[in-house]
Design a binder for this molecule. Structure first.
Ligand SMILES: C[S@@+](CC[C@H](N)C(=O)[O-])C[C@H]1O[C@@H](n2cnc3c(N)ncnc32)[C@H](O)[C@@H]1O
Length: 238
């Protein structure tokens, strides 16, 4: 998908799913932002880097897409402490080891072929005691064959999950209703857990975000997100 198309629906809170599910969860997990040196790994158009920098962090933001970085630079005012770099999260050897207190990666790790290497790379870049917080599509509910089963009236009966133990690449139409197919990777929850611990991290927190009352008032259609979970957010410590 083209960067412009992907970011067309973005506000300074990201897209609607970031606003409802991921931002409140990630910001709560971070606890304090002020004066932290943060890596935003797979920053996209940089909305989260800007939120963090506005709260006093000094941010290094990396993305593999030059177009995304161009959009991010355009949206970032000069007074914010953010430096954008082109790079691959699986190998960021232009960054020195132990140079960050905190690393955030919002909806990126599931897109990486070598996700274990990326998690190891985040471990290398963190100071001892530093945290890595990352969100992904929930691997128990978003699988190569998952989706709503509907009755003849189009009513959602239940969410179907299949091919959970398949690990590898698959195609999915995303966002739903669009023509274009994206290549996604699926791994089991066990594989993510093993990648975290084998890299040397300790799992400290895990959240399957639900919409708050406030968000439900603003976006009532998210009521259905009490039926199963689209996202999972990990907080791991070096
Ligand atoms: C779903 S977007 C999320 C972007 C941003 N974190 C956000 O929340 O808006 C995934 C991003 O990961 C980037 N990406 C994919 N593979 C990457 C890699 N190997 N290294 C760095 N960035 C990558 C893409 O270019 C894209 O900007």
């Amino acid at each position: 998908m083209h960067a412009e198309q992907f970011t067309a629906s973005y506000t300074e809170q990201g897209d609607i799913h970031k606003e409802v599910f991921l931002n409140p969860t990630i910001l709560k997990m971070i606890e304090t932002i002020d004066n932290k040196k943060i890596l935003d790994a797979g920053c996209g158009e940089g909305y989260l880097s800007r939120i963090l920098a506005q709260s006093g962090a000094s941010v290094v933001a990396v993305d593999y897409s030059k177009k995304m970085l161009e959009i991010a630079e355009q949206k970032t005012s000069d007074n914010l402490k953010i430096t954008y770099h082109h790079g691959n999260c699986e190998n960021l050897d232009f960054l020195e080891e132990q140079s960050f207190n905190l690393i955030i990666s919002n909806m990126v790790i599931q897109d990486l072929e070598n996700y274990q290497e990326a998690i190891q790379e985040m471990h290398r870049l963190l100071v001892d005691g530093g945290c890595f917080i990352f969100s992904i599509l929930h691997p128990c509910f978003v699988t190569p064959e998952s989706g709503w089963v509907k009755n003849d009236d189009g009513e959602k009966i239940h969410w179907k999950v299949d091919k959970y133990f398949y690990e590898g690449v698959y195609e999915q139409v995303f966002p739903q209703g669009h023509k274009e197919k994206l290549l996604l990777f699926h791994r089991t929850l066990t594989s993510y857990f093993n990648a975290i611990t084998e890299a040397g991290f300790t799992l400290e927190g895990l959240v399957e975000p639900k919409p708050s009352e406030e968000m439900l008032k603003k976006y009532p259609s998210f009521e259905e997100d009490f039926r199963c979970s689209d996202f999972i957010v990990f907080k791991v410590r070096k």
